[in-house]
Design a binder for this molecule. Structure first.
Ligand SMILES: [Zn+2]
Length: 327
């Protein structure tokens, strides 16, 4: 593992490498940014770099005993503290801080990574505060956080912030392919609908959203324009959980939008459902723009109705009736 593997976070990585090269590593950091964008990987790699016996240009060497232990997640001087239940327990923080105060087992430095700053409640924050206020010279604490608001302000003010940003669609695509073995078409689709949020992309992957999208498209291609693809019209009778229904509306809106866009351009890069470009172009020749716009408005209205707790069955039945007119 090296910093090169952390995609799309050039600025954060440059700050960390720069601090290392200048000998100005802070005693405490908060890596703040959305989940799944590389904060955790960066923290482990930073720890590995700090403990490496022969670092080169602010990259760990990968071959020294210390690097090998870090890669195997069993380095005695790198500790990761995670929540036990909802919070990180005060005893766990005390124990970690006590260890930090001891001399390193194998290296001159010791690193404590706290995997979720929001899981530090008032008690455990207080326990940590003492160590942050009087840090031992060879210790580095890295706290990962998705938001600083959820953290105790006195902790935040004592740490240097390193901001990790949302990812470009192309980076989400690459990570899905490389780290999660997602197929090319699915990875591309998820990278488009997740809007730079790796966590959302992974949730969509786990929720089999791509398969759901495929059912939707299959239904439309069979001439059954509908919300739930093959089961067009049947959704209102089935008891779909609200979340699934909202997802279906979201996918349908993206599909309708693409058919509309297909009336103007045919370049893949403008489409959410780019892997189905031929089907989209075929439908955009067949369907009328006004009808498509009307359907899009109705989808938005139905989504709003669901949020406002209007009778779900009625709202979906009305939508499906209207959609049937399109096909
Ligand atoms: Zn090394």
């Amino acid at each position: 593992m090296s910093f090169k593997e952390i995609l799309g976070q050039e600025k954060a990585v440059a700050l960390l490498k720069g601090a290392f090269l200048r000998g100005r590593v802070s005693h405490a950091y908060i890596f703040v940014g959305p989940a799944g964008v590389g904060r955790s990987k960066a923290a482990i790699n930073f720890a590995k770099l700090l403990l490496c016996e022969a670092p080169c240009q602010a990259e760990p060497c990968d071959v020294c005993p210390s690097c090998r232990k870090a890669d195997a997640a069993n380095h005695p001087d790198i500790r990761v503290l995670s929540a036990d239940g909802q919070f990180i327990k005060i005893d766990a923080v005390r124990e970690a801080c006590r260890r930090l105060a001891l001399k390193g087992f194998e290296s001159s430095k010791k690193v404590l990574i706290i995997s979720d700053g929001a899981a530090l409640n008032d008690e455990s924050s207080n326990a940590l505060l003492k160590t942050l206020e009087e840090p031992s010279p060879d210790t580095v604490i890295v706290i990962l956080a998705t938001s600083l608001k959820a953290m105790v302000p006195t902790i935040v003010s004592r740490c240097q912030r390193i901001v990790f940003s949302s990812l470009e669609g192309s980076v989400v695509f690459e990570i899905l392919r490389r780290d999660h073995g997602v197929g090319e078409d699915e990875a591309f689709y998820l990278s488009r609908i997740s809007d730079g949020c790796m966590e959302a992309a992974l949730q969509f992957h786990e929720g089999k959203v791509f398969a759901q999208r495929n059912r939707l498209v299959a239904g439309w291609l069979r001439g059954g324009a509908g919300l739930f693809g093959d089961e067009a019209g049947g959704a209102s009778e089935k008891k779909e959980p609200r979340q699934a229904t909202e997802m279906a509306l979201y996918l349908l809106a993206g599909w309708l939008r693409d058919i509309l866009v297909g009336k103007i351009v045919a370049d893949k890069k403008y489409f959410i459902n780019a892997d189905r470009i031929d089907d989209i172009i075929h439908l955009s020749r067949k369907l009328d723009a006004e009808v498509l716009e009307g359907a899009l408005k109705l989808v938005a209205q139905t989504a709003a109705d669901l949020k406002a707790n209007v009778n779900t069955r009625l709202a979906l039945a009305r939508l499906n009736t209207e959609l049937q007119k399109i096909a």
